[in-house]
Ligand binder design. Structure first.
Ligand SMILES: CCCCCCCCCCCCCCCC(=O)SCCNC(=O)CCNC(=O)[C@H](O)C(C)(C)COP(=O)(O)OP(=O)(O)OC[C@H]1O[C@@H](n2cnc3c(N)ncnc32)[C@H](O)[C@@H]1OP(=O)(O)O
Length: 160
């Protein structure tokens, strides 16, 4: 594993196996997000294009609902860094409005809504290329102590 100057893994290196965004996870989704600011509120916003295959199928031809929840969880988690906060998902609600098709470019977005102390409230949406809203989510993330994140995960420690 590459190390920084102090020979301790960086947070990005620690997160390399994240199922949704980690480059080191061979079975992951490898999502890439572009970050910007909401034009009206100035709050951080992230966007990704997703195009999923049948590996992620639920109903025939459509993305599994659990994977859609994963997309939202990941997109909203990406708002925490621009807020200079290490946070974990505490609560998430998902509305599945229309089936979300496989093999099509879909647009995944998330925006920070508000902060109350340790509590970060975010929202997320999934649209098709025509701009139809397919699914949406609201998430509550709680700022955590960085010591909660182990720095030395190994297969042995992970039980494999
Ligand atoms: C991940 C970090 C590394 C990242 C670095 C690299 C980044 C690149 C990799 C990205 C990767 C990310 C991946 C995706 C993000 C996951 O998926 S994270 C994984 C899923 N989440 C978890 O496993 C978290 C498990 N839960 C916990 O560990 C603990 O519950 C927490 C989150 C640390 C919070 O515990 P706690 O401090 O005891 O907080 P708790 O009192 O339960 O609740 C806090 C507040 O929320 C309120 N609350 C709770 N539920 C609700 C609700 N439904 N509505 C309103 N308020 C509520 C409580 O009332 C409380 O309010 P206050 O009393 O403080 O006013």
């Amino acid at each position: 594993m590459p190390m920084n100057d102090n020979s301790a893994p960086t947070l990005d290196e620690q997160a390399g196996h994240c199922f949704a965004c980690g480059p080191a996870n061979p079975q992951g989704l490898h999502l890439h997000f572009d970050r910007s600011e909401h034009p009206e509120t100035g709050h951080p916003t992230v966007t990704a294009t997703v195009n999923l295959t049948r590996i992620y199928e639920g109903p025939p031809g459509y993305i599994h609902g659990g994977i859609i929840a994963t997309l939202f969880d990941e997109a909203m988690s990406k708002l925490n860094r621009p807020l200079d906060t290490l946070a974990m998902t505490r609560h998430m609600e998902v509305d599945y409005l229309r089936p979300s098709p496989l093999y099509q470019d879909l647009t995944l977005t998330a925006t920070h809504e508000r902060r109350e102390g340790r509590k970060l409230f975010h929202s997320a949406q999934l649209h098709n290329a025509e701009g139809t809203l397919l699914a949406q989510a609201e998430g509550l993330f709680i700022a955590i102590n960085p010591a909660m994140i182990p720095s030395n995960i190994t297969p042995e420690k992970a039980g494999h």
